[in-house]
Design a protein around this ligand. Sequence first.
Ligand SMILES: Nc1ncnc2c1ncn2[C@@H]1O[C@H](COP(=O)(O)OP(=O)(O)OP(=O)(O)O)[C@@H](O)[C@H]1O
Length: 355
Amino acid sequence: MSVLLEAEHISASYLLDEAGARETPPCIRAVDDVSLELHEGEVIGIAGESGCGKSTLAMVLSGTVRPPLQVTAGRLRIAEQAVPLAGGGSDPRAASDADQTPLLRGRVVAMLPQGAMNALNPTLRIRDFVFDVLRSHLPGITRQEAIERASERLERLGLPPRVLSAYPHQLSGGMKQRVVAVVSTLLDPDVLVADEPTSALDVTSQRMLLALLVSFLEQSIIRGIVFITHELPLLRYIAQRIAIMYAGQLVEVGPTDRVLFAPSHPYTQALMHATIVLEKGTRRQRIKTVGGAPPGLLSPPPGCRFHPRCPVAMPICSQSVPPAVSVGERHDAACWWVAGHSAGEAGATHDAARR
Ligand SMILES: Nc1ncnc2c1ncn2[C@@H]1O[C@H](COP(=O)(O)OP(=O)(O)OP(=O)(O)O)[C@@H](O)[C@H]1O
């Protein structure tokens, strides 16, 4: 399976002292040492509680980082091209490539941000929005060409081209979101990063949007999707793999069914209200809810960031960052407790999410 997107050891922080008055400015480490792969034709879901860094990771992966957010480390490659990371990351070439960002954005990677439908200008017909978007990427395009391109695309995806003549208020929320999704992929990007694209939609509209995103893949309009949500169960309908994020880090990555129905990390188990089978022949332990709140990212807890809330925490958990351990085929969990219980099964530690 070929790798379409490869993020290596990405860290990104919000700098709280942009003026640079302090030598070591305080910063919120919203994404901390995240490595992730997206394969050709795949949808990977990224899930976790509010504030765990999902949107920040989405901005990094889509090349839309803006101050006060800064990428402090890492590399990103999409479709075999290095994507510039604002701040340069650890790759000195990235900073000098920064002028390529607008080109990469839209053609290599596109972002469907939270509340994307609200980006529509209420005073402009959809066709004017389409023209503005396309013109920003393709300065030479004429109005007629832009409208024709959007019209053909809508028709191909089973949506009525007449929406181009409508004002936003004349369309339902679900239709607006689908139209914005279509417009954001008009340049056939390799990867679409969708950040909570179904939030604020009713169930029927959610399903229609998911179906549309799948059509993008089936019709080879795009080649892979990073789908961010706090609604873990939703990922069952669209993602082949799921990455669980906690306090800026990935704690578990694996095939959708495994993560949803046989989660390994205590945090994922708590999220799923799942049953942990400790070992063959031992009793089952049930975690009902995630007690407490996620830590502040200005000064996250040492070791495993979940340890203050973890029902199976051990002394080592507060002392040392857990390695990612293989718990099955392309399934890793970063947890000392899991490492102890899967010793001998996997034997090796792995770079999280890169399997
Ligand atoms: N502009 C900002 N300045 C400072 N801190 C920020 C900024 N935006 C986000 N943060 C902080 O970064 C951390 C990660 O936020 P992020 O929005 O990426 O999380 P999230 O998982 O997407 O949450 P949600 O699901 O609520 O959108 C949080 O602690 C948040 O308070």
